[in-house]
Design a binder for this molecule. Structure first.
Ligand SMILES: Cc1cc2nc3c(=O)[nH]c(=O)nc-3n(C[C@H](O)[C@H](O)[C@H](O)COP(=O)(O)OP(=O)(O)OC[C@H]3O[C@@H](n4cnc5c(N)ncnc54)[C@H](O)[C@@H]3O)c2cc1C
Length: 226
């Protein structure tokens, strides 16, 4: 008797073809891959490498859990090894994907009881986009810290009154100055839970401010990019 294998069982590969690259600013872009059988929890990240290159880097998943594509939001770091190479990929180029990795995900016990405060610097907004799109009923507020207002990546994707922009180098945000400056002034409900993502300076300063405001470490989840 011949047992016919299902095609998805036979296909055991981590290689994905780039579907497209969408530039959001001169340096930041969305890289779209097919979703295939990939499963993840909003907030998790993948490890990406380019076929033929030995290096890899981590990227938070930007798209929703149920989307039929896999997006990552990448900033080309000047002088960086990997991100400039990603920026020059073309439709049809191969990348290798491993993962998903990480525990930076929503606490399902708090989904209906807490207000979710998402605090991001730069591309650190990526996991929050995935969370918001995966859980449309979520009670959330995003506080996004960038230098210039054009770095408020896809701001229109969020309900206007749930998105707050801090711009440190121009005054076209909702708050002129660093995100941490705004946090010091802001007031949060007692039932808030915090998710922080981005660079380590912002995260450590923000954790200190939240501690001073009386929130315990259990209320704060962090994902450090660099
Ligand atoms: C869990 C995790 C998730 C991540 N998710 C994302 C993501 O969704 N999008 C994203 O763009 N990056 C993300 N990163 C950062 C990413 O993995 C790389 O570090 C980044 O793309 C730079 O790689 P590179 O090879 O170009 O630079 P490298 O040659 O490795 O390093 C050059 C310098 O760039 C600095 N750097 C790293 N990331 C940034 C950044 N975003 N902005 C400014 N300077 C930076 C580093 O501190 C280093 O000094 C994530 C990192 C981690 C650990």
């Amino acid at each position: 008797m011949t047992i016919e294998m299902k095609p998805e069982v036979q296909l055991d590969t981590n290689y994905y073809k780039v579907q497209h690259i969408k530039n959001l600013t001169d340096s930041t872009f969305l890289l779209r891959l097919p979703k295939s059988r990939f499963k993840f929890e909003a907030g998790q990240h993948i490890s990406l490498s380019i076929a033929g290159d030995y290096q890899s880097r981590e990227y938070s998943i930007y798209s929703a859990e149920e989307a039929d594509f896999l997006d990552v939001l990448v900033k080309e770091v000047e002088g960086g090894y990997f991100s400039p190479k990603l920026k020059h990929l073309k439709k049809g180029d191969m990348v290798e994907v491993h993962g998903p990795f990480g525990r930076f995900a929503l606490d399902t016990k708090k989904l209906e009881t807490h207000q979710h405060i998402f605090i991001a610097s730069g591309t650190g907004i990526a996991p929050f986009h995935s969370m918001v799109k995966s859980y449309p009923e979520l009670d959330y507020k995003i506080i996004h810290g960038v230098r210039y207002a054009n770095e408020a990546y896809e701001r229109e994707e969020y309900e206007n009154d749930r998105f707050f922009l801090c711009t440190s180098r121009d005054d076209s945000g909702d708050y002129k100055g660093r995100l941490t400056g705004y946090l010091k002034e802001a007031q949060f409900e007692k039932n808030s839970c915090f998710y922080l993502c981005g660079n380590s300076d912002m995260i450590f300063d923000a954790m200190e401010i939240l501690k001073e405001k009386g929130f315990s470490r259990d209320d704060v989840n962090v994902e450090v990019y660099f």
